[in-house]
Design a protein around this ligand. Structure first.
Ligand SMILES: NC(=O)c1ccc[n+]([C@@H]2O[C@H](COP(=O)([O-])OP(=O)(O)OC[C@H]3O[C@@H](n4cnc5c(N)ncnc54)[C@H](OP(=O)(O)O)[C@@H]3O)[C@@H](O)[C@H]2O)c1
Length: 262
């Protein structure tokens, strides 16, 4: 008898996504959402125990690949291992990152250097690992987690904002070449998201959303395939308006963000 049934999800090969920063916050929620949406997920971060726990959410679908992305060789090695063990990576989401508040009083080259090493160079290591195989296959999608804090300089974010501005610039620089090579580049610019990273903030965070909501925004944006995924829209519009203002007006507003205690 002929089987006329449409192929079911079990018969469709699952594509592989590699997520860095998957042990907590936004990266963890993105990993779970992708796995629920038919992807096989390779999850990377340093905390192997947290990745092991994440893998139990969808056993056999989320695979831990513990990794310190600041280690260039280890990052290239992890990417090769994922492709050898699972399948070619179709989607890479680079979310590993950190934030430290910097004021003039706390301005610390060591701390800013750590943010540069992780937020910029960690992402660069991942790009170095993922781009050539994707370009050779003329397929794939890469999403880099920057921030709306990369649009303009904000008080307290002299180090963090600079790293995120660098990532936005880097993605813009790579976009045309990758596009010509059949690889899609996306930059993700979230506003405030409730994660361990922001839970230590002691100031009001406008338009704060959950990491699950952030993951939904990211998955919808990845499907749309546009260059930038920025959310929530109120934060995106507010920050884009600030960016468009003449600097005198912009500083009049950012001056009001200064805290009395610093
Ligand atoms: N939360 C927000 O409001 C917000 C807004 C805009 C942009 N973002 C960006 O979104 C990304 C995720 O932030 P989040 O809020 O979800 O923070 P989070 O919960 O602190 O997650 C950060 C992730 O990065 C991983 N990580 C840190 N150092 C690493 C290293 N050397 N190698 C590999 N992984 C490393 C952490 O895992 P391990 O400690 O296990 O390594 C963790 O999984 C960051 O790039 C952040 O800048 C966040």
């Amino acid at each position: 008898m002929v089987n006329n049934k449409e192929p079911t999800r079990e018969h469709t090969p699952r594509r592989v996504a590699w997520i860095t920063g998957a042990s907590s916050g936004i990266g963890r929620s993105v990993a779970i959402r992708l796995a629920q949406n038919g992807w096989t997920v390779a999850a990377s971060a340093r905390n192997a125990a947290a990745l092991g726990k994440l893998a139990t959410v969808l056993p056999g679908i989320i695979h831990p690949y513990p990794l310190d992305v600041t280690d260039r060789e280890a990052t290239v090695g992890a990417f090769s291992a994922i492709e050898a063990n699972l399948a070619p990576v179709s989607l890479a989401v680079f979310g590993a990152g950190t934030y430290r508040r910097e004021t003039i009083a706390s301005f610390d080259a060591g701390e800013i250097g750590e943010m540069v090493a992780l937020n910029i160079m960690g992402t660069v290591n991942c790009l170095e690992a993922a781009m050539p195989p994707m370009v050779a296959r003329r397929s794939g999608q890469i999403a880099v987690m920057a921030s709306v804090a990369g649009y303009i300089g904000l008080p307290g974010a002299a180090g963090y904002g600079a790293t995120k501005a660098a990532l936005i610039n880097m993605c813009e620089a790579l976009y045309p070449e990758l596009d010509r090579s059949g690889v899609r580049m996306t930059v993700v610019n979230p506003g405030f998201v409730d994660t361990p990273l922001t839970q230590r903030n002691d100031f009001p965070m406008p338009f704060l959303i959950s990491s699950e909501e952030a993951a939904d925004h990211i998955l919808r944006g990845l499907d749309r395939g546009s260059f930038e995924i920025a959310f929530p829209w109120k934060m995106k519009v507010a920050m884009k308006l600030l960016k468009a203002l003449p600097s005198s007006l912009r500083f009049a507003l950012t001056r009001r963000m200064l805290r009395k205690d610093t």
